[in-house]
Design a protein around this ligand. Structure first.
Ligand code: GLC
Length: 806
């Protein structure tokens, strides 16, 4: 008998929601009743729809960590029309159609295409188990949504994944875990879960967020080719649909609901060096010294877990790091910011104030029988803060005050799935209880958001402590909306060629899932890297939004100089190129902050109408204009590249190519295959050892010119703080036009009040013959022409500059 009681209940029988009746409506939503389930259909913004089904008489609530209760402002003009057997809600040209008997929901985009239609038979519903109780089914009934999958649909996104870019025909599990070493395609769920898909069909895009932070599974046409299903272990059935119709629209709509990446401080875009661990103050000094000595730009060095006293968070090992404030001040003076790791586990130790205070205030997660939940992590037995509670998040955030005052610049949040050691690399049980907040929550209900709630607390804490600075917070784990609080690094990859390849589809899908600021460990974390792998990894890594070299304890050192020549020179050149690219990166960060567009983009993001881009896994775009195709195999110098529509120039040789073409790129070590789009000026800064180094060196607008025209943007501001919000920024549009033997580059008037340090700019034009004349604003001007490059230096002011070469 007792045994029966302990056995988990079977999943139960799926019961689709049947006939529904209208209860009431307001300007932008309908409320329907189907048995004991209430369903709400709402238009949140043009092209943004939300459906909520709340079983068993439960109240409406949408304040999951995906949105934190934030709702876009509903459009003023939603037209609600009665149809034969239901209703449509129309806004901005897209609509949601509701059939009442049985309740089935479908959507139409602005081009008239119907998508995301409920499966006629299965619709949405719940798994019922007669006799189940809170012990056998702690999360209640599992929920499921079944949508028709159209022939030819391709599905992308799904957050952090191994395997290819295109997730069509697969099953994807969303359950945050610290996976075993050596991520492979057969590993489904990793550290973070973003239950969001971006779908393309015939060039048109739409998105779907299945907002449930408990364990979830998407079946994207694997079990039944004509069905996409979305299922969670319990909770409410809430989903959002984004009508596109372009991938850019979908990302804008998705991030209107889940938030956008805040502008990071400029130093966080610089090169970063990490290792588990630089174990003493002198070791950290030496790394910093080597960077400067060897002329390798570097902005950040890291402190991994060994800086702490017995891995107690918010403490210092006074022996290994005596006078740590002096160390941090010294590093700062040399242009280094220091980022320190903080894990969620708090060592159970009666003499450790953080633990004692947390326990006394009841701030730790409890077990099902109301004891403190404990498990082992690095410090030994630990308790785990209940980040679901606002008070706990505030307390946790405040605990970083001393670190910031001591001179730490950023916080790296790790192990926050949470990862636990008993059993090895397990996580918290579903029946653990979060009861320090407004309501008591089973861990399983919010498992996928535990790490996200941690970094929410950290970001808010850093903002309280240093309100004039932009927080820099890194997270390993996350849920939909992570981008509001932290950037995401991909955890423990390996020093394998396969993982250099995997980084691309992984980061592209993360970007398509709203997290624009992301990156993998350069060189690979586990295992020993080699000189060639490190060099090739760096050739790729400097193009990531986050550029950090990191490796596991006990592995071969893999700092840029670790393998001697020619690898050190390749790493130096690549990291210097990253430094040059920062004005472009920063412009893309600002665009992402405004629109939700990824920084590292799959080709399909810009060319959705070209189905050949859908399988482009191992090349990517930085914004619109820079295409990068890294070498991901040892011993080779050639690789295939697909160039999309337009005219492209090889960065190193200036060779010109027409797009919509497969080509073979030659990419010897030190010259990764990089192509620039014609007539799209690329702003390049000077090489500095760090981003804080003051310089008035000129900015270069690099333009590859070809018959036709194009535009580009440059965005600048102070690189930290918030003055840009009151207009202290500088944005300018750069137009390039090549026609009738003349190339004209118009650097339009500066928008905003920020004034960059420099006084000179250089226009560097490739792809043209030596001109007989160059004018700047109509006046003849000096120029250099060498090796096919035209260089025009001119004083840069806030007003428009027109540079014409003929
Ligand atoms: C985890 C992290 C890794 C870190 C290590 C020690 O494995 O993913 O980056 O170095 O813990 O803190």
């Amino acid at each position: 008998m007792a045994e029966d009681f302990m056995k988990p209940a079977p999943k139960g029988t799926y019961e689709p929601i049947g006939a529904a009746t209208l209860q009431d409506h307001d300007g932008n939503s309908l409320r329907l009743k189907a048995g004991t389930t209430t369903v709400e259909v709402a238009v949140l913004a043009d092209g943004v729809f939300r459906i909520g089904a709340f079983p068993n008489g439960r109240n409406f609530r949408y304040d999951t960590p995906a949105t934190d209760g934030h709702e876009p402002v509903a459009p003023g003009s939603v037209a609600i029309e009665e149809t034969d057997g239901g209703y449509t809600l129309k806004s901005g040209g897209a609509s949601v159609g509701v059939a009442l008997n049985p309740l089935r929901i479908s959507f139409t985009d602005t081009t008239g295409l119907t998508f995301c239609a409920d499966d006629g038979e299965l619709g949405m519903g719940f798994f019922r188990t007669p006799g189940a109780n809170v012990f056998t089914k702690p999360l209640g009934d599992a929920v499921k949504l079944n949508k028709q999958r159209e022939a030819g649909e391709r599905t992308f996104g799904c957050g952090q994944r191994s395997g290819p870019l295109d997730k069509s025909g697969t099953r994807q599990t969303f359950y945050n875990a610290d996976p075993p070493e050596g991520h492979t395609d057969s590993m489904d769920n990793l550290y973070s879960s973003t239950p969001f898909t971006l779908t393309l069909k015939d060039g048109r895009a739409h998105g779907l967020l299945f907002d449930n932070p408990s364990r979830s599974v998407f079946d994207l046409g694997k079990e039944t080719p004509g069905i996409n299903s979305y299922e969670s272990l319990g909770g409410d059935l809430i989903y959002y649909v984004f009508a596109g119709p372009t991938p850019k629209d979908v990302l804008r709509q998705y991030t209107e609901v889940t938030g956008r990446t805040p502008l990071p401080p400029m130093w966080a875009l610089g090169n970063q060096q990490c290792r588990w661990s630089y174990e003493t103050a002198d070791e950290v000094r030496e790394i910093a010294h080597q960077m400067r000595e060897r002329d390798i730009p570097c902005d950040v060095v890291y402190l991994d877990i060994d800086y702490m006293d017995g891995f107690r968070v918010f403490t210092w090992d006074e022996e290994a790091f005596p006078k740590h404030r002096e160390l941090l001040a010294e590093l700062k003076a040399d242009g280094f910011d220091v980022v320190a790791i903080v894990d969620p586990g708090v060592k159970v130790d009666e003499n450790y104030p953080v633990y004692v205070e947390g326990r006394e205030k009841g701030y730790f997660v409890r077990t099902a029988v109301n004891e403190e939940y404990q498990n082992a992590v690095w410090p030994g037995v630990c308790a785990f803060p209940d980040f679901a509670s606002e008070a706990v998040r505030k307390w946790w955030g405040e605990n970083h005050r001393q670190m910031l005052e001591d001179g730490i610049s950023g916080i790296w949040c790790d192990m926050n799935e949470p990862s636990l050691f008993v059993p090895h690399q397990s996580t918290m049980p579903d029946d653990a209880v979060h009861n320090s907040g407004a309501r008591s929550i089973r861990h399983g209900e919010i498992h996928n958001a535990y790490g996200q709630l941690m970094v929410k607390g950290v970001r808010e804490g850093l903002l309280d402590i240093a309100p004039d600075r932009r927080p820099f917070v890194i997270s390993r784990s996350g849920y939909a909306g992570l981008q509001r609080h932290a950037m995401q690094w991909m955890g423990d990859n390996s020093s394998w060629w396969e993982h250099l390849y995997m980084a691309m589809p992984q980061l592209m899908n993360v970007g398509l899932s709203g997290v624009a600021h992301a990156g993998v460990d350069i060189g690979g974390f586990f295992d020993d890297t080699t000189g060639e792998l490190l060099a090739r990894f760096t050739e790729f890594g400097v193009f990531q939004p986050f550029c950090r070299n990191h490796s596991v304890k006990g592995s071969e050192n893999q700092e840029p100089w670790a393998f001697g020549e020619p690898y050190e020179s390749v790493c130096r050149a690549m990291i210097s190129l990253r430094m040059r690219l920062l004005p472009h990166f920063y412009t893309l960060f600002e665009e992402s902050h405004r629109t939700g567009a990824p920084i590292m983009r799959p080709l399909l993001f810009e060319y959705p109408e070209d189905a050949k881009t859908y399988a482009a896994d191992d090349e990517f775009l930085l914004g619109e204009s820079v295409l990068v195709a890294p070498i991901t195999k040892p011993g080779i110098e050639h690789r295939h590249v697909y160039l999309p529509k337009g005219t492209w120039f090889h960065y190193w040789t200036c060779e010109r190519f027409d797009g919509e073409q497969h080509i073979l790129a030659h990419a010897p070590l030190g010259q990764p295959a990089v192509y620039l789009k014609a007539n799209t000026a690329l702003p390049l800064g000077p090489v500095r050892m760090n981003t804080k180094e003051l310089t008035d060196a000129p900015l270069t607008y690099l333009v590859y010119s070809a018959e036709g025209e194009g535009t580009a943007t440059l965005y600048e501001d102070a690189g930290d703080g918030y003055a840009q919000e009151s207009g202290e920024y500088a944005r300018r549009t750069i137009r390039t036009r090549a026609a009738d033997g003349a190339t004209t580059i118009t650097i339009e008037e500066r928008e905003g009040t920020f004034v960059p340090e420099r006084s000179l700019a250089i226009v560097d034009v490739r792809g043209i013959e030596r001109p007989s004349e160059v004018t700047v604003n109509g006046e003849r001007h000096d120029f250099d022409y060498e090796d096919g490059a035209l260089k025009v230096r001119f004083p840069e002011s806030a007003s428009e500059a027109v540079i014409k070469a003929r």
